[in-house]
Design a protein around this ligand. Structure first.
Ligand code: G3P
Ligand code: CA
Length: 240
């Protein structure tokens, strides 16, 4: 069990506004090994860390992320919707997150191209990873496997995580094609057999989103390599 890594989903989404620097800071203070975040692209082609395609749910803005410039996005509040004490939190860029986090923390960058197509986003993400010399501590994941295929062509050494909604047979040839590092299934779909099959091909298994400590134990018994969680505090507490 102690070998499981904890990946803070959108930082520590249960404790701080998701995908903001305060959320990543809380997660790293809770000793996660890695944080997960989501990346979209602004109108002026900057990498923006936010989950939804639109600004409506988690910011003071409205409309699609991609319809706004970085300067416009930086005027928005991304914290007060969660709790008043987070008023003034901004939407970060991917570069700002890499610059803010201690170098021992891994970063799982989810490229959000499953709904909106952002031409060129893959190369831009790679540029940031290279700029921060962070190839060794980055996993790029996506539900859009074409983005992962492109990432593999751009940099074969990049660790790639295959996100899935269903257990589809085609995950195995795809994982082979892109030399996947890890598979990221919804936690309800994980079984000992799935983990065994993944491990037999050399892939790590990081299920999402696991917020119940009892479930962490069960998944640990199935052999998963880590869990993606909104609640790193619960898991840390349970292990103590
Ligand atoms: O990486 C796992 C998880 O983040 C995928 O779903 O919608 O939270 O980005 P979502
Ligand atoms: Ca995500």
């Amino acid at each position: 069990m102690s070998e499981l890594i904890v990946i803070g989903h959108r930082g520590a989404a249960s404790l701080a506004p998701e995908n903001t620097l305060p959320s990543f800071d809380v997660a790293q203070k809770l000793n996660v090994q890695m944080i997960e975040l989501d990346v979209h692209m602004s109108k002026d082609m900057q990498l923006i860390v936010i989950h939804d395609e639109t600004l409506n749910r988690t910011t003071s803005g409205r409309g699609p992320v991609g319809a706004h410039t970085l300067a416009q996005l930086k005027t928005l509040d991304a914290g007060v919707w969660f709790k008043p004490e987070f008023r003034g939190s901004k939407i970060p860029t991917l570069e700002e997150v890499y610059a803010a986090l201690p170098k021992h923390i891994g970063i799982n960058v989810e490229i959000k191209t499953d709904v909106t197509h952002y031409p060129g986003i893959e190369a831009k993400v790679l540029n940031v990873v290279q700029k921060f010399h962070a190839l060794h501590r980055t996993i790029v994941s996506s539900f859009n496997w074409e983005s992962l295929t492109l990432m593999h062509r751009l940099e074969p050494k990049l660790k790639l995580g295959i996100l899935m909604h269903h257990l589809e047979g085609k995950v195995w040839p795809m994982a082979g094609l892109i030399h996947a590092f890890s598979l990221h299934p919804p936690q309800r779909l994980v079984s000992s057999n799935f983990v065994w099959q993944a491990h037999s091909w050399g892939y790590k298994v990081y299920p999402w989103v696991v917020n119940d400590p009892g479930r962490v134990l069960k998944l640990g018994a199935m052999g998963v390599d880590g869990v993606i969680t909104d609640c790193p505090q619960i898991i840390t507490h349970y292990w103590e």
